[in-house]
Design a binder for this molecule. Structure first.
Ligand SMILES: [Zn+2]
Length: 392
């Protein structure tokens, strides 16, 4: 499995690998033929099809590869991610000079402006406290999560604080969102909207006099998916004509064919695009006229909320929506390629204005953290884990 750190096929350019790869193993083909002998379709099933994620191509990087890198290799890889155009040769972030000295401490110094800097200066990882290897491990673990990785999960994996994990993951999401900000889709584009986040309380049947049953803070995620291409998730005010026209005008190339459901918000699209409609009251697909790819994107976002994060706060939903669009687009790519691409996106992104400094600070000037009274444990604590006991 360990094939080293592979190079990305094409930086930030969306590409979808084939969903199925042909298995050329003669043994499997022979077994298939024997199994289906005597049936009508036996001659056609000469080769078994294998899902991409089950193929060896899906795993081009393992956790061992990242964990066993030497410190020099970690530094070299991070520099290659930061300065891919010069294959890792540092460039001064202030004056773009390329004569750089490396100090004994590992820091870099520009020969022209004498400024000291590091691999992460001026990037979204600016002012980092975590070691580079821990950050690479976090990126790797994030890459391998099917529906995402919870910050609490990563905190346990890497033995860092919850806050560090939470902020690092959101910095990665911000880098992904900004890298896809100007993304265009074309060809056949499916468009649909879903309401995500928040919680709708079940009705209080038979319990009159209580508070209203439905108090929703759900937000509208508008999704545009190019068939065989990339996905765009946007948070909009609602499934309205204004929101749809603004989003489509910005992200969908002229001359595209759009597939939408029967919602009236998409009526205005007929004036500018070729539009096919599918009425979900009667049918979900009429040949190629369906919005199944957009529905799948919503499904991934919902599963990520229900199964991984459990609750997505309103202000952060956009970040999660970008993350799930990216995961969907890269779901058939080797994990080493995604790791490399995500590292480049983070290290080529400028300093975050949201996640740097006093994030979540309250208007009254106090930190956003709430101080809660923690009750003392009343159960007997577990014995400390001592691995040498088990070795005997
Ligand atoms: Zn300089």
């Amino acid at each position: 499995m360990s094939g080293g750190i592979p190079l990305p096929p094409e930086r930030f350019a969306p590409s979808i690998a084939n969903e199925m790869v042909h298995c050329s193993s003669g043994a499997i083909a022979g077994r298939e033929q024997k199994e289906y002998k005597g049936r009508r379709h036996s001659k056609r099933r000469t080769a078994a099809m294998q899902h991409f994620l089950l193929s060896s191509a899906a795993v081009s990087l393992s956790i061992d590869d990242v964990a066993s890198m030497s410190d020099a290799a970690v530094r070299r890889l991070v520099r290659q991610m930061r300065w891919p155009d010069t294959n890792g040769k540092p460039i001064c972030p202030r004056c773009d000079h390329d004569r750089i000295y490396e100090m004994a401490s590992g820091r870099l110094k520009c020969a022209a402006c004498r400024r000291l800097f590091s691999e992460t200066s001026g990037t979204i990882l600016h002012n980092r406290k975590l070691p580079l290897r821990t950050i690479l491990m976090a990126i790797f673990l994030w890459t391998n999560g099917a529906k995402g990785v919870a910050a609490l999960h990563m905190r346990r994996d890497l033995s860092i604080s919850y806050k560090s994990a939470f902020v690092l993951l959101h910095k990665l999401r911000e880098a992904i969102g900004d890298a896809r900000d100007d993304l265009k889709v074309g060809g056949v584009v499916e468009i649909d909207a879903a309401y995500v986040g928040g919680h709708i309380r079940p009705p209080n049947i038979g319990r009159e006099g209580r508070r209203p049953a439905v108090r929703s803070r759900k937000q509208c995620v508008l999704t545009m998916v190019e068939r065989g291409g990339s996905t765009i998730n946007l948070i909009v005010d609602g499934e309205t004509t204004e929101a749809v026209m603004a989003a489509v005008g910005r992200h969908v190339q002229p001359g595209s064919t759009i597939v939408a459901d029967e919602h009236a918000a998409y009526n205005a699209l007929h004036a500018r695009y070729t539009v096919h409609r599918i009425n979900h009251r009667w049918e979900y697909a009429r040949g190629d006229v369906n919005t199944n790819a957009a529905e799948s994107t919503h499904s991934r976002l919902r599963r990520s909320e229900n199964g991984i994060h459990h609750r997505i706060c309103g202000p952060y939903l956009g970040n999660y929506a970008h993350e799930m669009a990216y995961r969907g687009d890269r779901r058939r790519c080797p994990n080493g390629d995604v790791f490399r691409e995500l590292g480049e996106m983070a290290l080529m992104h400028p300093v975050s204005r949201v996640w740097t400094g006093r994030w979540q600070a309250r208007p009254d000037g106090k930190q956003g953290d709430r101080k809660v009274d923690i009750r003392p444990l009343i159960w007997t604590p577990l014995e400390p884990f001592e691995p040498w006991r088990w070795a005997a």
